[in-house]
Write a protein that binds this ligand. Structure first.
Ligand SMILES: Cc1cc2nc3c(=O)[nH]c(=O)nc-3n(C[C@H](O)[C@H](O)[C@H](O)COP(=O)(O)O)c2cc1C
Length: 233
């Protein structure tokens, strides 16, 4: 009887130890994985920011130069929105807004939308999504050039009703067998431009720019000109 009790005790201790070790290993792995995922997301975000406004178009530290803009459901946010500011010679030249398209095929699509101070799109990138590989994932630059079709557009180009996919009377291509994803992205980009226009004077104040600037904000063309001058000097 005593031998049986001892054997049960030994097994219980063994099982307990096994559970502790296994649980601990899983917890450590989870923490490490979460940290790695966060690090990868931050790296992907930094890469996207520098793709939208390349280093030769600003001389500030784009990654740390952020300001908060008013909350607005057009950006799908109840909280003030943190945007990145590009500056050249201390003058703001553009900003990059985080935007969420809530109505992708598989849920939210997270985007970064860069605009110059006239509201012209400098570039758009997808930072995360759950769209179907081979169908909706053509919004990624790795899969297609589609996302570049926003560059140079503005709120009036095309006119408001043509901010849609071609299948719905718009100017933007849909994908073969996938209309929902590109339409969600088009609508989200359009809303971000409406947001920019609506808050333009707040944005100017926040970026510390006079409402009627003595010096006009630089246009991307001017920036490109200055860049090549600098490169050749
Ligand atoms: C398994 C499966 C996955 C799909 N994934 C997507 C997707 O990621 N993005 C998308 O736009 N459509 C996706 N579709 C197709 C949509 O259901 C829809 O047919 C297509 O977007 C055309 O939409 P429309 O009829 O509104 O034009 C998927 C369909 C199936 C069956």
């Amino acid at each position: 009887m005593a031998a049986l009790a001892q054997s049960i005790r030994r097994n219980a201790v063994g099982l307990g130890l096994f559970a502790i070790i296994t649980g601990g290993t899983i917890a450590v792995t989870q923490v490490m994985t979460a940290e790695r995922i966060e690090e990868q997301a931050a790296r992907a975000e930094a890469k996207a920011l520098y793709e939208i406004i390349p280093e030769n178009q600003h001389d500030n530290d784009l990654l740390s130069d952020t300001v908060k803009l008013p909350a607005d459901n057009r950006l799908n946010s109840d909280e003030p929105v943190t945007v990145w500011v590009a500056r050249r010679d201390d003058r703001p030249t553009g900003l990059i807004m985080p935007v969420v398209a809530p109505d992708g095929y598989s849920g939210e699509i997270h985007l970064l939308v860069g605009v110059d101070l006239q509201g012209k799109v400098l570039g758009v990138r997808v930072t995360s999504h759950k769209e179907t590989p081979g169908l909706g994932d053509r919004i990624e630059t790795k899969k297609s050039d589609w996302i570049h079709s926003f560059t140079g557009r503005s709120i009036g180009d095309p006119e408001p009703e043509r901010w849609n996919v071609k299948k719905n009377g718009g100017v933007f291509d849909q994908f073969t067998g996938a209309t929902i994803t590109p339409r969600a992205v088009v609508k989200a980009v359009q809303k971000s431009l409406i947001y920019f226009r609506k808050h333009r004077s707040d944005i100017r104040d926040i970026l510390n720019e006079p409402a009627s600037p003595r010096r006009k904000p630089l246009t991307p063309e001017e920036i490109a000109g200055q860049t090549s001058e600098r490169e050749h000097s």
